[in-house]
Design a protein around this ligand. Structure first.
Ligand SMILES: Nc1ncnc2c1ncn2[C@@H]1O[C@H](COP(=O)(O)OP(=O)(O)O)[C@@H](O)[C@H]1O
Ligand SMILES: [Mg+2]
Length: 236
């Protein structure tokens, strides 16, 4: 087991439905990989299995030399994984500040300086620091959700469709932010997207998922040139 993060032959089942059918993938330390697939392909099921929210029907999940499958979400977060769930799930009636602090609930030291770091990188959040998070735009809420996940100081960040329903200009801002935390802090990223333009640009390696299986994988720059990928995921 040499990769920093790896999934081996993972399956996820819901009753009669097998949503993930024996997929394997890996990421090096500090790498950005992307997982691209249409609605229903099994992307969220994979992330939920990785974070212990869903128990896999089979397979293994490894991170930094330790097996994660079978462990609880709390233990997994303590080992340095954090997820930004689909649909963001911020706390709408809490301030931006309190949402961000929720991400640091298990830490006692360094919280103020980490908060500063996030506000420096997301000036929009600084301007709206005391506002109720539910009053922000979708893109700004996504920034809150990412900032909250980062407050747990992850080494690997899982992002479930961060660009869904967000204006393109904000998507670019979020993309720059993801690139900067990866570059400056060495945080690895698993980026899950339907809209693969940003995902292929940000990541170095990508997996294309179709009905629970990996249909295609390769260097993101090469997949971006692939005609099938262009037709199916880049709008021609
Ligand atoms: N809680 C659930 N119960 C039953 N089926 C589910 C559940 N969650 C997801 N599924 C099914 O599993 C498949 C994969 O879903 P999901 O992992 O959410 O895909 P994606 O994130 O790529 O859209 C879909 O067919 C979906 O209907
Ligand atoms: Mg999903």
């Amino acid at each position: 087991m040499t990769a920093h993060f790896s999934i081996r032959d993972l399956s996820v089942r819901y009753g009669m439905v097998t949503a993930v059918k024996g997929i394997s993938l890996e990421a090096a330390k500090g790498q950005i990989i992307s997982l691209i697939g249409a609605n229903g392909a099994g992307k969220t099921s994979i992330l939920r299995a990785v974070t212990g929210l869903t128990q896999p029907a089979g397979g293994e999940i490894w991170f930094d030399g330790e097996r994660l499958d079978g462990k609880g979400t709390d233990q997994i977060v303590a080992r340095g994984l954090a997820m930004v769930p689909e649909g963001r799930r911020i706390f709408p009636f809490m301030s931006v500040k309190d949402n961000l602090l929720m991400g640091a609930y298990r830490r006692k030291s360094g919280v103020a300086s980490d908060l500063d770091g996030i506000l420096t990188r997301f000036p929009r959040l600084k301007e709206r620091f005391k506002q109720q998070a539910g009053s922000l735009s979708g893109g700004e809420q996504q920034m809150v959700a990412i900032g909250r996940a980062l407050m747990s100081k992850p080494r690997l960040l899982l992002l479930d469709e961060p660009s869904l329903g967000i204006a393109p200009i904000i998507v670019r801002e979020i993309a720059r932010f993801i690139a900067s935390i990866n570059r400056d802090d060495g945080v690895g990223v698993i980026l899950v997207e339907q809209n693969s333009r940003m995902a292929l640009k940000l990541s170095s390696y990508s997996y294309v998922l179709e009905t629970g299986k990996i249909a295609l994988e390769g260097a993101s720059s090469e997949l971006a040139e692939n005609d099938d990928v262009r037709r199916a995921y880049l709008g021609g």
